[in-house]
Design a protein around this ligand. Structure first.
Ligand SMILES: [Zn+2]
Length: 348
């Protein structure tokens, strides 16, 4: 069968293998026919040789962690043939640490977790894959065109879940949310904010392209100013750029009892001037919380599946700016700079 693979650590080793082996029975009881995989910055980093790890004893890693497929067979009876399914990306570490031991692999303490298509487990960019029932998430049949958005949505479902858990430390009635960055993560963060009945503001530097209209179509407000120039103090900030100035401004801008959730990964190496004392005073005197959030566990994947099923399907579809057939895989991984989400389509 065909599979998109790389040699981790080797720049531009991306290729389409024509005779990749069928998924091994040990991968899981549920056999799945691939429908699509979404592509994100992590895939680009792996292709650039900066990141990624092949399974033990293998030279190549199958890419793809934003999965969507249809069940071919499930002898365990958990799912039915034809069911729409996504595979959870991260698996618990083998120790396991106290968090992985209770299914909180998103909070793994020792870093020995594995991840499909990223770290030690084959990805989903192959025509058929297998998954264990506990790592399989069923999607509403209506989500067939957009279900590969479940993985990025799970990351935001976790972020919002933790925001709410932190908020419950005292009486908390948030009204306004600032989302910085209108890429796929920012737009999905905004969607989950709208679904909570909050007043959502999305900030991005793009004045043209599809982003302003996508934000307005959600019922949110689009801003192209700096964070510092905004004329309100958000109760919640979901930071999705990782840009150092935006991150710092977000911490300063958050309102009283505000919660700032950082989801963007900065590349580092850029230094900016910072009055650490002023920032500390701001955080203390306003009871602010700044926290980082990454990955998601099964509970978050299920919350994300519910959120996607409730969302406007045509809005979700409009996040996918290109659908590229598997045979043109190289085009799918080539960045145009204008895309929101590119999807590799296994059914075209
Ligand atoms: Zn762990």
């Amino acid at each position: 069968m065909r599979a998109v693979t790389v040699a981790p650590g080797v720049r531009d080793s991306l290729r389409l293998d024509d005779d990749w082996p069928e998924p091994a029975a040990e991968e899981g009881a549920i056999l799945v026919q691939a429908v699509a995989v979404g592509i994100c910055g992590t895939d680009q980093e792996i292709i650039a040789g900066e990141y990624g790890e092949a399974p033990p004893g293998q030279e190549r890693l199958v890419l793809g962690h934003e999965s969507l497929g249809r069940v071919l067979e499930d002898p365990s009876g958990t799912l039915q043939p034809g069911d729409l399914v996504a595979g959870i990306v991260r698996h618990p570490d083998p120790v396991p640490c106290p968090n992985c031991a209770v299914g909180e692999w998103d909070m793994c303490r020792n870093g020995r977790y594995t991840e499909h298509g990223i770290k030690g487990l084959p990805g989903f960019a192959r025509e058929r894959w297998r998954v264990q029932p506990r790592f399989a998430v069923r999607l509403d049949p209506a989500l067939a065109p957009v279900g590969m958005l479940l993985e990025p949505t799970s990351v935001l479902a976790k972020a919002w879940n933790h925001i709410e858990r932190i908020g419950s430390r005292a009486v908390w009635q948030p009204q306004s949310v600032l989302v910085t960055g209108a890429g796929p993560i920012g737009l999905l963060a905004a969607l989950l904010g709208i679904q909570r009945g909050l007043s959502v503001h999305v900030l991005d530097r793009n004045k043209t392209g599809p982003k302003p209209e996508l934000v307005r179509a959600l019922g949110a407000t689009y801003h192209t100013t700096t964070v510092a120039e905004l004329d309100f103090a958000p109760d919640v900030v979901v930071e999705c750029t990782g840009a150092p100035v935006v991150v710092l401004d977000a911490m300063t801008k958050a309102g009283t009892n505000g919660i700032v959730c950082l989801t963007g990964v900065s590349s580092g190496g850029r230094t900016i001037e910072l009055d650490a004392g002023a920032l500390n005073r701001e955080l203390v005197l306003e009871n602010n919380v700044v926290f980082g959030s990454v990955n998601a566990n099964r509970r978050h994947w299920e919350l994300a599946a519910e959120a996607l099923a409730r969302a406007d399907q045509s809005w979700l579809s409009s996040l996918i700016t290109r659908r590229v057939p598997l045979s043109s895989y190289a085009d799918a991984y080539a960045s145009t700079g204008e895309d929101i989400k590119v999807v590799l389509d296994f059914e075209q």
